[in-house]
Design a protein around this ligand. Structure first.
Ligand code: NAD
Length: 291
């Protein structure tokens, strides 16, 4: 299949490389990042999109996605698929899909989870929104770049699933970290805390799989001095998207709001930038009730 790939950063570079390694003819464009092995370089985004059956975008945010879509949609052939794998706001995802459809294209939003490790290994999870026809075309590509793809509904549904998932993740990580910090102050051994909670009703992915306490549970960024992993600023981005969506939908999300404010403080005023999002634990450890 002829594929145009736009945005070859930490995630997109690996994804494009895996598609090329699987035998697809991939042409890439990124103003900064180099094309990975096996991927031909285009001089600009429209050139990467021209004559491609599928154009994949993996970009930082909705504003950039909208600008790139303006450029590439006119360059694409009717019936081709615009497949956006970036994490963006639901409104931008829907607007881009609408423009693509109006130009005779198919559009699917398919944000991912699994991080750079999953992108490298081809084990991402895709959450997709769009028509059955678009999803069917994208499916074999999802199978190369990932291990699971869920068709969540119409355009924007993939982004909705992603931000709801990550809102839960941000909230449970904060809850897990504050509970560990409280347990410390109550003199409870961290391993005992893990042994109980990971098999009790307080268990979650944050505790069981990505434990924020070093030396406890499976290996996680906590065991590597909180090198990301999933950086705190990316968690902040996703939490902000959840709150933007909550505003749009008039949804009451008090814990999502509190988690957003806490990660904002951590990233912008404290030492969270560049650290894994589970570094909330040392943050809580250092604090008392009034700090
Ligand atoms: P990144 O910043 O490494 O890559 C984005 C790339 O887009 C950059 O190389 C940049 O040069 C390029 N770009 C910017 N403007 C462009 C334009 N006009 N035309 C073409 N390319 C342009 O980011 P990333 O970590 O690869 O993340 C990409 C997306 O995936 C984001 O939406 C992010 O939220 C999401 N995501 C990231 C992770 C992760 O762990 N890194 C996990 C899940 C989802």
């Amino acid at each position: 299949m002829k594929i145009g790939f736009i945005g070859l950063g930490n995630m997109g570079g690996h994804m494009a490389r895996n598609l090329a390694a699987a035998g697809h003819e991939v042409t890439g464009f990124d103003p900064v990042a180099p094309c990975p092995e096996g991927v031909a370089t285009a001089p600009d985004a429209p050139a990467a999109a021209q004559s491609a059956e599928v154009v994949i975008t993996m970009l930082p945010d909705g504003a950039i996605l909208s600008r790139v879509a303006e450029e590439v949609i006119p360059a694409m052939e009717k019936g081709a698929l615009l497949l956006d794998c970036s994490t963006v706001d639901v409104a931008s995802a829907r607007a881009v899909a609408e423009k693509a459809r109006a130009a005779g294209l198919l559009a699917v939003d398919a944000p991912v989870s699994g991080g750079t490790g999953g992108a490298d290994a081809g084990t991402l999870t895709f959450m997709a929104g769009g028509s059955d026809e678009g999803f069917a075309i994208a499916r074999p590509l999802f199978d190369i770049m990932g291990q699971k793809a869920v068709h969540c509904g119409e355009s924007g549904a993939g982004q909705a699933a992603k931000i709801c998932n990550n809102m839960i993740l941000g909230i449970t990580m904060i809850g897990t970290c504050e509970a560990f910090a409280l347990a410390d102050k109550l003199g409870l051994d961290r391993q005992k805390m893990f042994d109980v909670v990971s098999t009790s009703s307080g268990s979650s992915w944050s505790m069981n799989t990505y434990c924020p306490a070093p030396g406890v549970g499976p290996v996680s960024p906590a065991d590597n001095d909180y090198q990301p992993g999933f950086a705190a600023e990316l968690m902040l981005k996703d939490l902000r998207l959840s709150q933007q969506a909550a505003e749009l939908a008039d949804a009451d999300t008090p814990l999502g709001q509190a988690a957003t404010a806490l990660y904002q403080r951590f990233v912008e005023d404290e030492d969270g930038r560049g650290r894994d999002f589970s570094a909330m634990l040392p943050r809580f450890e250092e604090r008392g009730r009034d700090s």
